[in-house]
Ligand binder design. Structure first.
Ligand SMILES: NC(=O)c1ccc[n+]([C@@H]2O[C@H](COP(=O)([O-])OP(=O)(O)OC[C@H]3O[C@@H](n4cnc5c(N)ncnc54)[C@H](OP(=O)(O)O)[C@@H]3O)[C@@H](O)[C@H]2O)c1
Length: 287
């Protein structure tokens, strides 16, 4: 597994997205734990989660507790694993997603995430989504306080525009914004401007739903024929080609494909070793 950097921390070039193991359609806990263990066996050292990755009301932190349990029950060394979580999104339990980016909420949410993860400090804490009712600088200011208090080791943002990335850099101070997590996949490329901005600034860029999202990822090859054809030429899955194509966009890119089955993350992790030619990359870039 090749590695990349988030701030000063070295992580696997492919991470694991935890969301499919805790929201609608989630598997039983035993399969989820096997999935996380398969990721670790494959050399994955970045796991993305969020307090809001749950289904029912009253089970905030479901995915964080699951990841913590899987790490604790793993037979090998997990000391190099970076768990990245998020705050600022909520799930009331009726299927909807709401936001609260107030500093009060983010402070409480970070405390709850510390408990759910069972750690003294969160490796990477990301503001999940801007809250239109709260000035962005105030939400990011809460992350700065958490950094200064030692409750989080690194700060990141998600679903951010270029202006918001610049605000976060300014509020957090020189070198203190570690990562940006935006949607980016063959079907959704409009975050390319933020990706290029991160590449210029040297900020890790974590594409979310890199395979098109839960429920659509399996049909990626039939929806994007260029990816299917390149996959056939290499004798690999179109999902693996997609992740290799994302890695080739810039050295700051670290995809976090979700998985709820060991087979998925085992296949995805191998994208780190798939080299695509410049002709193939040009073709995939067009569609
Ligand atoms: N910041 C945000 O607002 C935000 C929003 C959405 C997601 N995220 C994060 O981004 C992560 C990834 O996004 P996502 O989970 O929504 O979508 P995704 O990664 O595009 O797709 C996930 C699905 O892809 C399937 N899959 C993974 N690798 C595969 C492979 N090699 N071959 C075939 N199928 C494969 C998995 O199937 P199985 O379930 O069958 O294993 C999984 O359900 C999330 O888990 C979450 O951590 C963040």
């Amino acid at each position: 597994m090749h590695t990349r950097k988030i701030g000063q921390v070295t992580v696997s070039a492919i991470g694991l997205g935890g969301m499919p193991m805790s929201i609608e359609g989630r598997p039983d806990e035993a399969r989820s734990i096997r999935t996380v263990h398969a990721a670790l066996d494959a050399g994955v050292t970045l796991i993305d989660t969020a307090d809001a990755y749950h289904l029912h009301a009253g089970e905030t932190g479901h995915n964080e507790r699951l990841i913590a349990k899987a790490l604790a029950s793993y037979g090998g060394d997990t000391s190099e694993v970076l768990v990245a979580t998020k705050g600022g999104h909520l799930r009331p339990g009726d299927g909807s997603w709401t936001v609260d980016g107030s500093p009060e909420h983010l402070r409480e949410a970070a405390e709850a995430s510390l408990k759910a993860l069972g750690v003294d400090a969160i490796g990477l804490y990301q503001l999940h989504r801007p809250d239109p009712k709260v000035p962005y600088a105030e939400s990011v200011g809460a992350l700065k306080e958490l950094l200064e208090a030692g409750k989080i080791r690194m700060a990141g943002i998600s679903n951010a525009s270029i202006d918001q990335i610049d605000i976060a850099c300014h509020v957090l101070g020189e070198g203190n914004l570690a990562s940006v997590q935006n949607q980016f996949s063959p079907a959704f490329r409009s975050s390319e401007v933020e990706l290029r901005h991160c590449a210029r600034l040297g900020l890790a860029f974590l594409p979310w739903s890199p395979l098109g999202g839960i429920g659509r990822a399996g049909r990626l090859g039939s929806r994007h024929t260029a990816f299917q054809e390149v996959a056939e030429a290499h004798g690999v899955s179109p999902q693996r080609v997609t992740l290799a194509w994302l890695l080739a966009q810039a050295p700051v890119v670290i995809p976090i494909p979700g998985a709820s089955r060991p087979e998925s993350i085992i296949d995805s992790a191998q994208a780190s070793n798939l080299a695509l030619s410049s002709a193939e990359l040009a073709r995939l870039g067009r569609g």
